[in-house]
Design a protein around this ligand. Structure first.
Ligand SMILES: NC(=O)c1ccc[n+]([C@@H]2O[C@H](COP(=O)([O-])OP(=O)(O)OC[C@H]3O[C@@H](n4cnc5c(N)ncnc54)[C@H](O)[C@@H]3O)[C@@H](O)[C@H]2O)c1
Length: 336
C-alpha cells in the first residue's frame, strides 16, 4: 500500500471541520498539522484533529513539508497561499471560490501548471446524489435537449454574520457577496448542467438590506449558453430564514425540480425518477446546509494517479469564477 498523504489545513474557522473530519477518516490521508493566525482556533482544531498546530503557515510548510494542503481561508488569500504551498512542493485543495478575483485565480492555475502540483477546488455539491443523477440523465440524452434552467437561493445573512468574519464584507477580500459566497454552488451547478460556454450574461446586482457590508446581498439575471440553454437566477440573503435552494430544469422530454437535495425528474412519458440526498446529509455529521459531499470530493482528490481529477476541479472552478466575474461586470453594463 502506498504511503499516506501527509496533509495540513490552513484556516481553522467555520468550514475547517468539513475538511478535518474526512481527512481523519480517509484511509489515504494523515492530518499532520493545522494553522490559523488566531492561536485559540488553531489549537481547538488541532485537538479535534489530534495533530500539531501553527500560527504561521510559512513555518508550517518549512517544518512539516506536507504532501498536500487544504485551504479554508478568506477568498483573497486563496491565490497567494496556494501559490506559496505549490512552490513549497505541496498539492493544494482549496475551498470555493478559487479566489476573490478571476485574475488571481488564473495565476493559481499558471503556478499549478508551472510547478506540476495538483490544484483542486471544492465544489462539493456537484457530488451530491441528486446532482449526479440529473447530470447522468442529461448526458445520456434521456431527458432530451436542455432548454432552460432556474436557480433560486433565498437565505438570511445579517450584520452578525459579517461581524463574525470581516473579510466577508468587502469586494477586495471576498470578491462579492451573495453571488460568490452563498449562491456560487447553485451558479456552478447551472453552468455544469448546461455543459456549454457562456454566450451572454444580463444581471442586476444590488444591496437592499440594512447591513453595513459593501458587497451585494441580491442578484438576479439571465445567462445564455452557446448551446441555446438559458439560465435564470435569483439570489438573496435578505430572506427571513435559509430556505431550501431550488434548481429547476426544463428539457425536451422531462422537467427537473430539485429542492434542497430532494429531486424529482418528471418525464413527459409519465414516469418519475426521485432521488434524495437528505438521508446521506443527515448521516454525514457535516453541517447540513453545506451538503454532505466534502468527504466524497476529498476522496476523489486523493485517488487521482494521473492528476486528471484535480485538473477537472481546477478548470471547472475557473469557469465558474469567470461567470461570477461576468455577472458583476454585466451589472455594470459590460457584457460578455
Ligand atoms: N464549501 C462550502 O460549502 C463552504 C461553506 C462555508 C465556507 N466555505 C469557504 O471556506 C473558506 C473559509 O470560510 P469560513 O467560513 O471557514 O471562514 P472563517 O472566517 O470562519 O475562517 C477563516 C479562517 O482563516 C484564518 N486566517 C486568516 N488569515 C490567515 C493566514 N494568513 N494564515 C492562517 N489562517 C488565516 C482566520 O483567522 C479564520 O479562522 C471560504 O473560501 C468560504 O467561501 C465553503
Amino acid at each position: 500500500m502506498q504511503n499516506k498523504y501527509r496533509v495540513c489545513v490552513i484556516g481553522c474557522g467555520v468550514i475547517a471541520p468539513n475538511h478535518i473530519k474526512p481527512l481523519l477518516e480517509n484511509e489515504t490521508t494523515e492530518l499532520v498539522a493545522v494553522c490559523d493566525i488566531i492561536e485559540e482556533r488553531a489549537k481547538a482544531r488541532a485537538e479535534m484533529g489530534n495533530c500539531a498546530y501553527y500560527t504561521d503557515y510559512h513555518k508550517m510548510l518549512e517544518e512539516v513539508k506536507p504532501d498536500a494542503v487544504h485551504l479554508c481561508l478568506p477568498h483573497y488569500l486563496h491565490s497567494p497561499v496556494a501559490i506559496d504551498c505549490m512552490r513549497a512542493g505541496a498539492d493544494v485543495l482549496c475551498e470555493k471560490p478559487m479566489d476573490a478575483s478571476y485574475e488571481a485565480a488564473l495565476r493559481m492555475k499558471e503556478v499549478a501548471e508551472e510547478t506540476g502540483k495538483r490544484l483542486g477546488v471544492i465544489f462539493q455539491n456537484r457530488y451530491n446524489a441528486e446532482n449526479q443523477t440529473i447530470l447522468q440523465s442529461l448526458r445520456s440524452g434521456d431527458m432530451g435537449k436542455l432548454i432552460a434552467l432556474r436557480g433560486e437561493v433565498c437565505w438570511k445573512r445579517d450584520q452578525a454574520y459579517y461581524n463574525s468574519g470581516e473579510w466577508r464584507s468587502d469586494y477586495a477580500t471576498a470578491g462579492g457577496g451573495v453571488i460568490i459566497n452563498q449562491a456560487i454552488h447553485t451558479l456552478d451547478l447551472l453552468r455544469y448542467f448546461a455543459d456549454s460556454p457562456v454566450a451572454d450574461v444580463r444581471a442586476t446586482v444590488s444591496h437592499h438590506g440594512d447591513t453595513a457590508a459593501e458587497v451585494e446581498d441580491t442578484a438576479e439575471g439571465l445567462i445564455t449558453f452557446e448551446n441555446g440553454a438559458r439560465a435564470l437566477f435569483y439570489f438573496t440573503i435578505n430572506n427571513f430564514e435559509d430556505e431550501a435552494i431550488r434548481v429547476t430544469l426544463k428539457c425536451e422530454k422531462a422537467r427537473v425540480e430539485s429542492r434542497a437535495g430532494d429531486c424529482c425528474i418528471r418525464f413527459l412519458d409519465g414516469h418519475d425518477v426521485n432521488v434524495s440526498n437528505m438521508d446521506h446529509a443527515k448521516n454525514s455529521g457535516a453541517k447540513a446546509c453545506y451538503g454532505s459531499s466534502h468527504a466524497i470530493q476529498i476522496d476523489d482528490f486523493y485517488h487521482d494517479p494521473d492528476g486528471s481529477r484535480a485538473r477537472w476541479m481546477m478548470d471547472e472552478a475557473l469557469k465558474t469564477q469567470k461567470l461570477v466575474d461576468a455577472i458583476l461586470k454585466a451589472s455594470q453594463g459590460v457584457h460578455a
